[in-house]
Design a binder for this molecule. Structure first.
Ligand SMILES: *Cc1c(COP(=O)(O)O)cnc(C)c1O
Length: 222
């Protein structure tokens, strides 16, 4: 998988619903970035593996409840799925408490499914503007944007969605002097080639690496 991606982007191995043993195995094969979409599962896996796999970067990629932020902030490398002002405020509050700067991406909603979350393309620009001008977010480093395309076979539509987020990413990068705004996270098992063609710097891949998810297995067991 890694070889296939080449130098275009970094691979986030999405290990949700897979046991820690699968993470160890991928680690031994050289993988260092892992993505999880449930706070509890991420914390459990981190706790179990932290002494053993010291240089893992843990990314949070799911919908995040405000009351779970405090559990992630001490160790998470990147919260990719910041989808509300309320979450921004809570991350700032919790990160300030422990005097840590937390890297985040703003999630952009372009997909047709209402169940997917994120700011609209129109709102993101204003959120970034406020983020910068308010000067309030001194414990958050805004690293870029994340998105999920519609789950469809319509490649035109997927490409169009990735393209619109990519354009937004470059517009923000150009208009605001954000030194570390350099990550564009898009693409999953079924659409990552299209995401790479549109400039993704991070792809989030689960099924193509680990196989189908084991929804019935207690994911904290080895
Ligand atoms: C599960 C998930 C992925 C990985 O999906 P696959 O189809 O298994 O590659 C990527 N991004 C997010 C946000 C996810 O929740």
């Amino acid at each position: 998988m890694k070889k296939e991606l080449g130098d275009c982007c970094r691979l986030v191995a999405v290990s949700k619903f897979h046991p820690s043993g699968s993470i160890r195995e991928a680690y031994r094969a050289g993988q260092r970035i892992f993505g999880e979409n449930r706070a509890q599962e991420l914390v459990a896996k981190y706790d179990e593996l932290k002494d053993e796999l010291k240089d893992v970067e843990w990314h949070f990629i799911g919908s995040l409840q405000s009351n779970k932020v405090k559990f992630l902030v001490p160790f998470v490398s990147l919260i990719q799925s910041v989808s509300s002002q309320k979450l921004l405020d809570e991350i700032e509050k919790q990160a300030a408490k422990i005097d840590r700067v937390v890297d985040i991406l703003l999630e952009v909603h372009v997909a047709k499914e209402e169940t997917k979350s994120g700011f609209s393309v129109n709102d993101v620009y204003q959120v970034v503007k406020t983020f910068i001008e308010s000067g309030l977010y001194r414990h958050i480093r805004l690293r870029g944007l994340m998105t999920m395309a519609t789950n469809t076979d319509d490649e035109q539509l997927i490409r169009h969605e990735f393209h619109s987020v990519s354009e937004l990413f470059y517009r923000i990068k150009r208009d605001f002097a954000l030194p570390d705004f350099d990550e564009l996270s898009m693409g999953m098992s079924n659409d990552y080639p299209l995401a790479i063609a549109e400039g993704a710097t991070l792809v989030r891949i689960g099924t193509s690496i680990f196989g189908e998810r084991e929804y019935n297995v207690d994911s904290n067991k080895k």
